[in-house]
Design a protein. Structure first.
Lengths: 352, 350
């Protein structure tokens, strides 16, 4: 028996159209490309910014210290522990007996104290340290770069979790309605009235949080916003014919919720994504600033600002991290603005 | 009107479970977790005892750290002082009973009633809350209106960029940058380095008092204003734009009214409704004071009090702060809805 040929209706055509629209909005589209590029690049930070040499040729043998630890004696240096690769490079150059060292482009690490006997850290920006050093003599530029990766990863993971939880709960409430909805709404009302940043500070002041715990605690409060939108969408969609048709054909609740209704209710999810990321990054920076964020010595923007406020003469500790944050947030906001225009366009008709 | 009155009575009654919910969550978090005030006090005592013991014995048979015995009676006394001698649900009920009788307890740190501690912070909050409120509304409403009228023009697109930038800068962050640039730390010394007023403000002449206060407020007020700048401007703009597309505006134009009259008399009035409903949040000025901004400018306001009370484990103050913050926030929401109903006759809550 041959099945009759069914021309499949491509339901993503609307999606394709929206994405095409998004790409025409230059400011948002380019911000998107730039952010993705730098985020991908930031995973390569260990080979772009590090105090460990990339390649060493010593007595005609190649070594790759970035990936492996060598005691300094391996390279003819007489230090305790690991070799000082920056000095090593100078030594080899000076000796001129065919050994060489290739350092990363920016040869300083994020946790390395670059104390210099001639001056006390924090040090001003210089050619060696583009954005200066912090109060422990660590290079600010490197810490900002590592912090970019951490902030964005933090925000992306947080937003994913919050959306999954928010969508599931919102969908259940909107789809089943009734008593479940009523009780859950009361609960959400209480939960939403809790001043969440304050709570996070209380919890952080007691349990020294790490990356995972901080995401967990923030997620405890973050899921609420999304439930409102999804619940509303599901209420509206539930009454439509295609849902009745699906139910009549014997589709289970889960299939109806996730396969039929959800794809039609994704607009608020997508349009709120970028703004949720903005919220997550600023919350993380604020918590780090207050000293209740990621544990030291994590490279963090907020922690640098905190240092800057207690060393008011070290302007570079305040200006550069906040500049990094604002530029990042602004680009994400541009993306959000473009996404909203593409997915949920608001046309205002002006009569005159 | 009966339905509406009922609605608001219900809303006010619904505050009770919400209030209970919030305080229970916080009470339990604060009491269950380790490192509470009692533990801290005990630790201090032990450290002190160990030090003294060390001195007395001349470092001889160092009795060790922490096994200094604290007399059973003293321990009981301290437990009683911190209310730890009863099970937690009893403690909560006692606390709640006192709160209902308008007694928030005594601060461990300041050794005075919590209410007195909080009360002294109100002037600072009201000062910044009120001026920040006035400043942001008198800035954002005209800007939003102008942007709506000039929708799509060059002015609109460039100022949109400004608005988006404002959205991306948290108030405290802008404050920190301004403080570093203008506070005399590294560059120009235009404004003072934080604090609410100069030391010795009380002894100044009235003119100097005002001037001093003004100098101290400029940067924090900018920081407070930027927080609502973007949202409020966009809200105003969109609201007016939406009304400009309505049929009644078409009618007004059709009967030959001049554009100015249509916009400012007909459309603007309706588009102010969502803005006006924000008035309910005006009650929030009693609480205004983000601890982020207060920490940045070293202002000893309400936010700062709530923040330091966590650090010093001054839990009665923490709870008192939450009670007042919670009530004000919930009341603000209700007042907002009431204003909404009062301003817009189409709105009927039931």
């Amino acid at each position: 028996m041959t099945k009759p040929e069914i021309t499949e209706y491509k339901s993503e055509s609307l999606m394709v159209k929206r994405i095409r629209k998004f790409r025409t909005i230059k400011r948002g589209y380019y911000s998107f490309i730039i952010i993705i590029f730098f985020y991908a690049l930031s995973f390569l930070s260990p080979i772009l910014m590090n105090y460990k040499a990339l390649v060493i040729s010593y007595n005609d043998k190649l070594y790759f210290p970035v990936f492996k630890y060598y005691p300094s004696q391996t390279f003819g240096q007489d230090r305790y522990g690991e070799a000082d690769y920056r000095t090593l490079k100078q030594q080899y150059k000076f000796a001129g007996d065919g050994n060489w060292v290739i350092m990363p482009i920016y040869p300083y690490g994020p946790y390395e104290s670059l104390t210099d006997p001639s001056s006390e850290p924090p040090n001003e920006p210089s050619l060696k340290h583009w954005f200066g050093t912090d109060d422990r003599g660590r290079d600010v530029f490197v810490r900002l770069a590592y912090g970019f990766n951490i902030s964005l990863s933090f925000a992306l993971i947080y937003v994913t979790i919050v959306f999954i939880v928010g969508i599931s709960i919102g969908a259940a409430l909107g789809y089943y309605g009734g008593k479940l909805d009523m009780y859950a709404q009361r609960f959400i009302e209480i939960w939403a009235a809790i001043p969440f940043l304050y709570t996070v500070i209380i919890i952080s002041s007691i349990l020294r949080p790490n990356f995972g715990l901080l995401i967990f605690v923030l997620s405890l409060f973050g899921w609420i916003g999304m439930t409102y939108f999804i619940r509303g969408e599901f209420y509206r969609e539930k009454a439509k014919d295609y849902v009745h048709a699906a139910i009549a054909m014997g589709a289970s609740d889960l299939v109806v919720i996730f396969k039929h209704i959800l794809p039609n209710s994704l607009v608020p999810v997508i349009t709120f994504g970028p703004f949720a990321i903005v919220g997550a990054i600023s919350a993380l920076v604020a918590l780090d600033y207050l000293g209740f964020g990621l544990p030291p010595p994590t490279a963090s923007w907020g922690e640098l600002v905190g240092q800057g406020m207690s060393n008011i003469f070290s302007w570079w500790l305040v200006v550069f991290p906040l500049l990094a944050m604002v530029v990042t947030l602004l680009m994400v906001v541009f993306i959000g603005e473009a996404v909203r225009q593409a997915f949920d366009p608001k046309e205002f008709s002006r009569l005159r | 009107m009966g339905g509406m009155t009922n609605y608001f009575i219900r809303r006010i009654l619904l505050m009770i479970p919400t209030f209970l919910g919030i305080t229970i969550v916080f009470f339990f978090i604060l009491q269950i977790v380790p490192g509470g005030p009692l533990e801290q006090e005990l630790m201090k005592l032990r450290m002190g005892a160990a030090e003294m013991g060390g001195e007395g014995a001349g470092g001889g048979a160092g009795s060790g750290f922490g096994d200094v015995a604290i007399p059973e009676e003293a321990l009981e006394e301290m437990k009683k002082f911190y209310g730890m001698d009863k099970p937690i649900h009893i403690r909560y009920i006692t606390w709640l009973w006192n709160v209902v009788h308008l007694d928030l307890g005594n601060s461990y740190v300041y050794s005075e009633p919590v209410w007195d501690t909080i009360k002294t912070r109100f002037p600072i909050s009201i000062y910044y809350g009120l001026f920040g409120f006035i400043l942001s509304y008198s800035l954002c409403v005209p800007l939003g209106v102008f942007k709506a009228i000039k929708h799509g023009s060059k002015f609109d697109t460039t100022s949109s960029l400004l608005v988006l930038t404002g959205y991306s800068i948290p108030g405290w962050a802008l404050g920190a940058v301004l403080l570093v640039l203008l506070g005399g730390g590294s560059f120009w010394s235009v404004f003072p380095l934080g604090e609410f007023r100069s030391e010795g403000w009380e002894d100044l002449a009235i003119g100097a008092k005002i001037l001093d206060q003004f100098y101290h407020s400029v940067l924090p007020l900018v920081a407070y204003t930027i927080g609502s700048f973007a949202v409020l401007t966009v809200l105003m703009k969109n609201s007016l734009l939406e009304n400009m597309g309505q049929d009644y505006v078409r009618t007004a134009f059709a009967k030959g009214l001049p554009e100015k009259r249509v916009i400012f008399i007909h459309a603007l009035r309706n588009s102010l409704i969502p803005i006006a409903t924000n008035i309910g949040q005006l009650i929030g000025i009693f609480l205004a004071g983000s601890y982020l901004i207060e920490k940045t400018f070293n202002i000893d306001g309400l936010g700062m009090l709530g923040f330091t009370s966590i650090l010093t484990r001054d839990y009665p103050v923490t709870m008192g702060f939450l009670v007042i913050a919670g009530i004000i926030k919930l009341l603000g929401n209700i007042i907002s809805d009431m204003t909404y109903a009062a301003v817009d006759p189409r709105i009927r809550f039931k």
